[in-house]
Design a protein around this ligand. Structure first.
Ligand SMILES: NC(=O)c1ccc[n+]([C@@H]2O[C@H](COP(=O)([O-])OP(=O)(O)OC[C@H]3O[C@@H](n4cnc5c(N)ncnc54)[C@H](O)[C@@H]3O)[C@@H](O)[C@H]2O)c1
Length: 325
């Protein structure tokens, strides 16, 4: 599991272990946390280092790779496309190349709804045109487009999971979201509630009912479950595929802040800020395909339940994981 010490990867590792797998984490800890790796074996290394990835695959005897490692800030990708192409595209290709050498044939890829770009139709189906409007989405699409070639030439079957907005935290309270800087609205709103500071609302003049962006917040534990199911599909000989992973519910930034106020019982000051570059107005999923083909449904779809789990972790870890790095 590349990036397995990160937010989504760590939750997926826990779910895979519970499903009887033996996850091994490969992470350079640039944004991940050793503590988030729990007691899974961890190899500290960079996905762009072919020899290191090959060695990790060989020594762990891995039969599948789940590839979470990437950078994921839309505005940063607009400012630094070189860095994003190197980490997200070159990094993924290096992992795939290592797999071809080490005879590893199953690949689960962390893709994103950002591959669609500005929607021409919602909810977004997998067949919606792919026209990313930022470098981040473009890097993920580039990897998705490479995958069928790797399948034809090297027999690597894949599942690309197009996550919508990952949110919440492990309901057992063991794992949570600790990004620095934090770019996601739920932890930013929780931080604002905890510290009595204002929250910036990036754009309130979008063509949506309350003027703020609409997104689809999916509980990280439900995302983790999608990985268990994706791997099962590959192991049972299923064909390569791409799936949306979302709740099908459009939620505005104000809805999120309202939920945080309800859950924490604290009022949050909202401060208008300019739009961020590369942010489409509306992104929410049709999850029909993953429901019918993988039997996946979100079990924690209520916004307040998502926020409550995030708040439980945040209030016990106000500065995030203790031993940083
Ligand atoms: N968080 C979301 O809402 C969201 C939505 C859609 C897609 N995704 C995708 O899901 C994946 C995981 O996201 P996350 O929120 O858990 O992010 P994260 O930053 O918490 O985790 C990414 C992990 O990858 C590691 N990493 C990054 N570059 C690396 C490199 N070169 N070598 C080795 N390790 C490296 C980091 O240290 C980190 O542990 C990413 O691929 C992201 O693009 C996330």
């Amino acid at each position: 599991m590349t990036g397995g010490a990160g937010y989504i990867g760590s939750h997926a590792a826990k779910a895979l272990r519970a499903a009887g797998h033996r996850p091994v984490i490969f992470d350079n800890l640039s944004a991940g946390h050793r503590e988030a790796a729990l007691d899974h074996p961890i190899v500290v290394g960079d996905i762009r280092d072919l020899d290191a990835v090959r060695r990790a695959l060989r020594q762990s005897g891995a039969t599948a790779v789940m590839h979470f490692a990437a950078w994921l800030s839309v505005p940063d990708s607009v400012r630094d496309p070189i860095g994003y192409y190197r980490n997200n595209v070159e990094g993924a290709l290096t992992v795939l190349e290592a797999m071809t050498h080490e005879h590893c044939h199953h690949f689960v890829f962390s893709s994103t709804c950002a591959v669609y770009g500005e929607p021409i139709e919602t909810p977004l189906r997998e067949s919606h045109p792919h026209r990313p409007i930022n470098a981040y989405g473009q890097t993920k699409l580039a990897v998705e487009q490479a995958l069928p070639h790797f399948e034809r030439a090297y027999d690597i079957r894949f599942v690309a999971l197009r996550y919508f907005n990952a949110a919440g935290a492990d309901p057992d309270g063991q794992l949570g979201e600790d990004h620095d800087p934090e770019i996601h609205v739920i932890p930013r709103a929780l931080h604002a509630a905890a510290n009595g500071t204002p929250i910036d609302i990036f754009g309130d003049d979008y063509p949506t009912p309350d003027g703020t962006c609409l997104r689809d917040y999916v509980h990280v534990t439900d995302l983790a479950d999608a990985h268990v199911r994706a791997l099962r599909r590959l192991e049972s000989g299923g064909a390569s595929a791409a799936y949306n992973v979302g709740t099908e519910r459009p939620t505005s930034v104000h809805d999120v802040v309202n939920a945080v106020e309800r859950v924490t019982g604290r009022k949050i000051e909202r401060r208008q800020a300019p739009r961020r570059p590369g942010d489409p107005a509306v992104l929410y999923a049709s999850a029909e395909k993953i429901r019918s083909e993988l039997g996946w449904t979100p079990r924690h779809a209520e916004l307040d339940a998502i926020v409550r789990d995030a708040w439980n972790w945040h209030s016990r870890h106000p500065t995030g994981y203790e031993g940083k790095g």
